[in-house]
Structure formats: C-alpha cells, structure tokens
Design a protein around this ligand. Structure first.
Ligand SMILES: O=P(O)(O)OC[C@H]1O[C@@H](O)[C@H](O)[C@@H](O)[C@@H]1O
Length: 217
C-alpha cells in the first residue's frame, strides 16, 4: 500500500522472512522505517532516516515460534515477568498474530500522515485451557513523518467476564556506549531488584546509570 501524506509517500509492505513468517515493513517516505513480525507482533527493526538501527536484536536470537525472539520490542501479555501462573512474560510474544484488515476506528490523529499496520491476536482453544479469558488484542504499530514509532494496544474482553492482566513493551534499545546512558524521571516509583532477591525499593530521584549488571522491574 502506498499513501501520499504531506508530500511524502508512506508505504506499507508485507514480505516473507527467511523463516517463512510474514513481516510488515513500514516506510515514512523520508527514509525512516520499521519492520514488524507477525511472530509475536514484535517490532524487530526501527531505523532513522539516516538508516541507523535503534533496536537491538541478539546475534543468538532464535526466529522459530514458539521460542520468543530476544530483541526488538517483545510484547509481554497477559503476564509480565514471572508474576503469575503462565510462562515468563506470557504467551503473546510466542504466537503468530494476523493482520487486522478491519480494526475498530482509532482517532484520525493515529492514522493521518503515518505508515501503520494493525495486528490482532486471539486465544486458541489451547490458550484458553491455560488462561481461560476470551480476549482480542489489537496492536497498531505506526511510524510518523518525523520517524517516531508508536505502539497502541487495545485489549477487548470478548465475553464480558472480568479478568486482569499485565502488559509491557519489553524494548531492547541499541546502545553504542552504555556509560553514556542515563535514565531519569522514575522518582517515587517502587521497583523490585531482581539481583537482590526481588527486594523492593523506592526510587529517590537519582539518575540511573549503568556500571554493572542492572535488572530492575
Ligand atoms: O529471557 P526472557 O524471558 O526473554 O526475559 C528477558 C528479561 O526480562 C526481564 O523482565 C527480566 O527481569 C530479565 O531477568 C530477563 O532476562
């Protein structure tokens, strides 16, 4: 699909990856691009207009469902981490999603001038045995004229029986120099330290830097 937006031709193309699984390539017409695999609804690449890759993918990543791909933006759903009865980070990242050709409307702001794709995940009979909650997970991945990437997730409770879930975009950023990385803005948030037996701390507003392994959530 080619669409003209603000003088730029945005493009959305479905290509077959070497593992036989479809990927959707988004191009914003100014050189930026993103690539989304139907395996996990996972963004595997996000490049600036200069072609710089912003996401990391491990050289040891395995691209074979139901193994989760270590890299890009895995979607953790319906469980984040090991806080529940399901496998680590839930099953959504291990599943083959479909392209949703007729998604419920989003505001025009989410579409105009953007290259985007809508994906859909529904539970199989087998999934319902392990997690008996009938849902539809709609994901829109969109790339705007400035090359900004947005992921919008919508979870629908299909049969109306209440359920709870946790969700995360587990983004792997490509970092050229970890000593230059600073994370701010987490003050007052509570977190668990995975390297200290999940002890709970409260962020005191210190800038987070990385001198050794860090595993907080
Ligand atoms: O290896 P997985 O299941 O893809 O998880 C990736 C990481 O997920 C994080 O949430 C955990 O804190 C890490 O310990 C883990 O390595």
């Amino acid at each position: 699909m080619d669409v003209s937006a603000g003088g730029h031709r945005v493009a959305v193309e479905v290509v077959k990856a070497s593992n036989g699984i479809d990927q959707v390539v988004l191009q914003n017409g100014r050189g930026a691009s993103a690539r989304v695999s139907l395996h996990g609804g996972q963004v595997l690449s996000w490049k600036t207009r200069r072609g710089e890759e912003l996401l990391f993918t491990s050289s040891k990543a395995i691209f074979k469902p139901p193994v989760a791909v270590r890299g890009g933006i895995p979607i953790c759903f319906p469980q984040f981490g090991s806080h529940g009865t399901l496998e680590q980070h839930g099953f959504a990242r291990n599943k083959i999603w479909i392209i949703d050709d007729n998604p419920p409307l989003l505001p025009p702001y989410d579409s105009n001038g953007k290259a985007y794709v809508d994906l859909l995940l529904k539970p199989t009979e087998n999934d319902l045995k392990f997690w008996p909650h009938n849902f539809e997970f709609r994901l829109r991945v969109s790339l705007n004229e400035d090359g900004h990437l947005t992921l919008t997730s919508r979870i629908r409770n299909v049969d109306g029986k209440p359920f709870s879930f946790s969700i995360a975009f587990h983004t792997y950023f490509s970092i050229s120099d970890i000593s230059e990385v600073r994370i701010e803005g987490l003050e007052t948030l509570h977190y668990l330290d995975n390297l200290l037996q999940k002890e709970c701390f409260t962020d005191q507003g210190n800038t987070l830097t990385f001198e050794s392994e860090v595993n907080l959530f």
